[in-house]
Design a protein around this ligand. Structure first.
Ligand SMILES: *Cc1c(COP(=O)(O)O)cnc(C)c1O
Length: 460
């Protein structure tokens, strides 16, 4: 049965007209883009699901905040408003704004680890892994095995494998583990949540071994809403209470505010009580980002972030946000289309390998589905599979990813139920003619992060 769509808890005051191209025009545009969705112009896209990062629609309160933004170089009122909001929500003493999530990682991780140390995470996001490595460390993923099975419906697929965590600490020695990072929700596993119980157990292990625990908090509000929905004993707790509890188990956090804080640019570092660490963070912020009271953001961005933090934890908003994902997922269930399930907090990761069993990994089923979605309905998505993974750096051979997903990442407060139906209808139409869809080969690629720039060609 199709889930009931949770009505939008807002009305629309300003609209942006979208260009509507014909199928022939779209086929021409994607060919001109060398079959790479990153090469398409935004204006040629009808529904843009490339990412949910920084693509959020701000509210009238946030836009009013833009006008109120205090652009003082030092000590502006927007800075103090942001600090008050973040201290109130997270219960941490020290908050440092930065320009986005990876800037928070750059500022903090350089202080946490030395050459030859490790970080262990339920799963490192790609920029998080990069900043661990830039700081001289090595990143180890330690997610529960259920995360690897797209059809297995368990409530907290993003969890840390705590037994493996213990054994990794034993193997390398606690002094070699610079930090444990809990990513909530677990983005790389498909926006899957982490339970409070798992957070508590991870915290206990870290304390026992004297290892710092850091939250990667990009989608913390969606994670907390899943806890409220799914974890025993939390049904009647408020979102704010659950946030306090979960952050209480950690020592610090990094955050990309471009997700759950519903802004287009921004980030935070939070430190519970370590004054020395905060002092050092301020020094690095001044070098990399700007003076501590703006951290690479303008006063108007600080102001809209302070407001967006509260809007992002509003329970009516979160019910609608998660409900939108559940509605889309239930339409796919009805059509027999498989995806990383249960659906995560920020989008649907469709199993392209299951849809196109005739396309081998080295002909990129996830990319083929992304191209079909654009041709079918002007929907822009991306491959999360072998095409994104790239080649073995030693042998140059194409790597074989564990999954071949096409990600439909849903921007916050941007698209309506009718748009969600367009997504479902497009996927269903493609499934009906799946056997005719061909794979792709790469005609040009750069040496690293090729998926952003490569050129492709359909296989005849
Ligand atoms: C987006 C993201 C980041 C990086 O944040 P940016 O704002 O893109 O720099 C880090 N971790 C997770 C889990 C993310 O989703």
């Amino acid at each position: 049965m199709v889930a009931k769509y949770v009505p939008e808890p807002f009305r629309i005051k300003m609209v942006e007209t979208i260009k509507m191209l014909s199928r022939e025009e779209r086929e021409q545009k994607i060919a001109e883009a060398k079959y790479n969705t990153f090469n398409l112009k935004g204006e040629d896209v009808y529904i843009d699901l490339l990412t949910d990062s920084g693509t959020n629609a701000m509210s009238q309160e946030q836009w009013a905040g833009v006008m109120r933004g205090d652009e003082a170089y030092a000590g502006g009122s927007s800075y103090y408003k942001l600090i008050d909001a973040a201290q109130d929500i997270f219960g941490y003493k020290y908050i440092q704004p930065v320009h986005q999530g990876r800037a928070a990682e750059k500022v903090l991780f350089g202080l946490l680890m030395k050459e030859g140390q490790y970080s262990i995470s339920n799963m490192h996001f790609d920029t998080t892994r990069a900043h661990v490595e830039l700081a001289g460390g090595r990143a180890i993923d330690c997610v529960v095995p259920e995360a690897g099975d797209p059809s297995k419906r368990v409530p907290f697929k993003g969890n840390m494998d705590v037994e493996k965590l213990e054994s990794l600490i034993k193997k390398y020695g606690a002094d070699k583990i610079a930090v444990v990072i809990m990513t909530i929700t677990n983005n790389s596993a498909g926006g899957q949540p982490v339970s409070i119980k798992n957070m508590k157990e991870t915290s206990k292990i870290c304390k026992k071994h004297g290892i710092k625990l850091c939250i990667d908090a990009a989608r913390y509000a969606e994670n907390v809403y899943f806890i409220k929905q799914r974890e025993k004993g939390y049904e009647d707790k408020s979102v704010k209470e659950i946030i306090k509890e979960i952050f209480g188990y950690a020592d610090m956090f990094t955050m990309s505010a471009k997700k759950d804080a519903i802004v287009n640019m921004g980030g935070l570092v939070g430190i519970k009580d370590d004054e020395k660490l905060f002092q050092d963070c301020k020094g690095r912020t001044i070098s990399f980002e700007g003076f501590v009271t703006y951290g690479g953001l303008s006063g108007r961005e600080l102001e809209s972030l302070a407001i967006g933090l509260y809007e992002g934890i509003d329970e009516n908003y979160l019910r609608y946000r998660i409900g939108q994902m559940e509605y889309l997922a239930s339409r796919l269930d009805e059509a027999g289309i498989t995806y990383q399930s249960p659906v995560g907090g920020h989008g649907v990761f469709v199993d392209a390998k299951a849809m196109f069993p005739h396309i081998p990994y080295y002909e990129f089923p996830g990319q083929a589905l992304a191209i079909e979605l654009y041709k079918e309905a002007g929907i822009r998505t991306c491959d999360i599979g072998s095409y994104m993974l790239g080649n073995d750096p030693d042998t140059g051979e194409q790597l074989h990813a564990d999954f071949e997903f096409t990600r439909l990442a849903i921007p916050r407060r941007v698209y309506t139920q009718a748009h969600i139906d367009v997504m479902a209808d497009a996927l269903i139409a493609i499934k009906d003619r799946a056997s005719e869809v061909k794979g792709y080969r790469i005609t040009w690629e750069p040496p690293i992060l090729r998926h952003f720039q490569a050129s492709l060609k359909p296989i005849k």
